[in-house]
Design a protein around this ligand. Structure first.
Ligand code: MN
Length: 332
């Protein structure tokens, strides 16, 4: 493993212009890892900038904006004249698979420079010239931190903040089982380097708009429990968006709340879009029910624990149909 860290560092040292990218819909680990890598390279005299395949999410915008990271985003599509010609190295962090890098494959296939991957995910494809995959790392940021330490670049407050965002994003602020002693030791070093953890916590977890919480409160108030409290159903009507001044993205996480109930194995959220049209049904499960299979009944799809479908009808009728179908599944 030591050699793999060194191999990445030697590759970067022989580069003059590095483009750093990460998976589509980047989270805090992705953005924090990209930012820390770029800041460290800068200290080594290597020019680096970021390529994002989605818009920079508002929640994490400060990681790039305040730490002075230059980036371009190609969410809509790659510009016709886009090329990696100006770069001698492409560094991909927090993923190693093309499906997470939409649009990039044909561009990289034409690229003569070095391709490096630094990642902690199990699923990998074999296309990079240099690869550093550490699956026991709780975040890609842990691997990036180790690279920076081996490079003898001291953690300054900016690098430390970027890495801390990476760690807390992938560990749920050190709660998930992926958190390991190394994670905590690294977190301590980052705090010593000047991370304002209180400010960071407020920015990441206490920074919602009132409209979002108001919409979630309305959804919560509609919660019905069925099948001996094993199924939860909530609804959000078009008028709820208008009256709370919230948007559809504000309804995203509320579906997870009923899963806090011990008995609830499946949570359903039905959303009537503000512009009208089909009802958007979302399903979440603790594992007992395969949401993807269930959603197929309604011409939807997704994953075993999270799926969705668009269903024709009034919110009331759709609810009846879904509850009836779920009763068959949960009692088996
Ligand atoms: Mn990650």
């Amino acid at each position: 493993m030591a050699d793999q860290y060194d191999a990445i560092l030697r590759s970067l040292e022989s580069s003059k212009q590095v483009l750093v990218t990460t998976h589509v819909r980047p989270d805090g680990d992705a953005l924090g890892s990209v930012a820390a890598m770029i800041l460290a390279m800068r200290k080594k005299g290597i020019a680096a900038r970021a390529l994002l395949l989605s818009h920079l999410p508002t929640k994490y915008a400060f990681v790039f904006e305040e730490l002075g990271i230059e980036w371009m985003d190609v969410e809509k599509s790659f510009p016709a004249d886009f090329s990696l010609a100006g770069f001698d190295t492409l560094l991909v962090v927090d993923t190693g698979t093309w499906s997470q890098l939409p649009g990039l494959k044909p561009i990289v296939e034409k690229f003569a420079g070095k391709k490096l991957v630094v990642d902690h995910h199990l699923t990998q494809e074999d296309w990079a010239d240099g690869k550093l995959v550490v699956t026991e790392a709780a975040a890609a940021g842990e691997i990036v931190a180790e690279l920076i330490e081996r490079w003898d670049v001291p953690f300054d407050a900016s690098i430390a903040t970027a890495l801390y965002v990476a760690l807390v994003s992938d560990t749920g602020w050190f709660q998930f089982s992926s958190t390991r002693p190394y994670t905590m030791r690294l977190a301590a070093k980052l705090m010593e380097a000047g991370v304002d953890t209180d400010k960071l916590y407020q920015r990441l977890y206490q920074n919602e708009r009132a409209a979002r919480v108001a919409l979630q409160a309305r959804a919560m108030a509609t919660m019905e429990l069925h099948a001996d409290e094993r199924v939860s159903v909530m609804t959000i009507k078009a008028t709820d968006f208008a009256e709370t001044k919230a948007g559809v993205p504000d309804s995203e996480n509320v579906i997870n709340i009923p899963l806090q109930i011990r008995t609830v194995g499946v949570s359903v959220l039905l959303v009537q879009p503000p512009e009208g049209g089909m009802i958007r049904a979302s399903f979440r499960s603790k594992g007992g029910v395969d949401c993807s299979k269930f959603a197929e009944q309604f011409a939807g799809g997704g994953h075993a624990r999270a799926a969705g479908a668009k269903i024709e009808g009034s919110i009331c009728d759709v609810k009846k149909r879904i509850v009836a179908a779920l009763l068959l599944v949960v009692t088996v």
